[in-house]
Design a protein around this ligand. Structure first.
Ligand SMILES: N[C@@H](CCC(=O)N[C@@H](CS)C(=O)NCC(=O)O)C(=O)O
Length: 225
């Protein structure tokens, strides 16, 4: 089986999609810690030339040769190559893509910036900005909750990459948001329990270095690259 390296950091839900998928398919992989909040290499010219021209994580390196970026692309590649969490047939593929795009833009696309502004942005954000984002988050999560009221998984009766993508920011602690997604959206809460029960599931802070904040530790334990 291929060996993988994943450029990531603990607080990144976008990177968590890839880290979780690697774990769920039982891949041999190692995180490469990006000091996103400190030195911020992703903003430098070097990173953009030699790692990712988009200046982002996640970046997946396959067997030291092939490189992929964008969590949706990484999930698609890993599903195709492992045969796991793979949507079957054109209709399911398109349906998975539809929810992954919705997720990237509307659910995690708002949750990510909201959580960043609330916890780490300097200077602190304007309350009106947070209120606007929270309104969008509530509306968009309600759409996902409704979808899950009569389905076990995003596409139906089997977990796929649409689930791995959608859960990206939802396992981070409620204290980091200042609201409890599970309490507000019961169908999402039940689905998150199903995701959590998948073999090899792990919390973002146990998969990617950078927690506690400001360290390169793996959830309080030394991390050896
Ligand atoms: N659509 C991308 C989003 C990736 C993304 O925005 N990653 C953030 C970290 S969570 C990043 O690297 N941002 C670069 C920066 O803000 O400097 C994906 O799904 O991979």
């Amino acid at each position: 089986m291929a060996e993988y390296q994943l450029y990531c950091f603990a607080q990144s839900g976008n990177a968590y999609r890839a880290a979780l998928m690697l774990n769920l398919i039982g891949a041999k992989w190692k995180p490469v810690w990006i000091d996103f909040f400190g030195a911020g290499p992703q903003r430098g010219a070097d990173y953009r030339t030699s790692v990712n021209e988009m200046g982002e994580v996640p970046v997946l390196i396959i067997d030291g040769k092939k490189k992929l970026t964008q969590s949706s692309v990484i999930l698609t590649y890993l599903a195709r190559h492992s045969g796991k969490f793979l949507p079957q047939g054109e209709d399911e593929e398109l349906e998975a893509l539809r929810w992954i795009v919705f997720d990237n833009q509307k659910t995690n696309g708002f949750l990510g910036p909201y959580r960043f502004l609330k916890n780490w942005a300097k200077p602190a954000p304007d309350e009106a900005v947070l209120r606007f984002l929270k309104g969008r988050i509530d509306g968009n999560l309600a759409i996902v909750n409704k979808r899950l009221e009569n389905r076990k998984w995003m596409l139906g009766d089997r977990p796929t990459i649409a689930d791995v993508s959608m859960c990206a920011y939802l396992f981070y602690p409620p204290e980091e948001y200042g609201f409890d997604i599970r309490k507000d959206h019961p169908a999402i809460a039940a689905w998150l329990e199903r995701v959590k029960a998948l073999p090899n599931w792990a919390h973002p802070y146990d998969l990617m270095p950078g927690y506690p904040f400001g360290t390169n530790q793996l959830n309080g334990k030394p991390f050896n690259a």
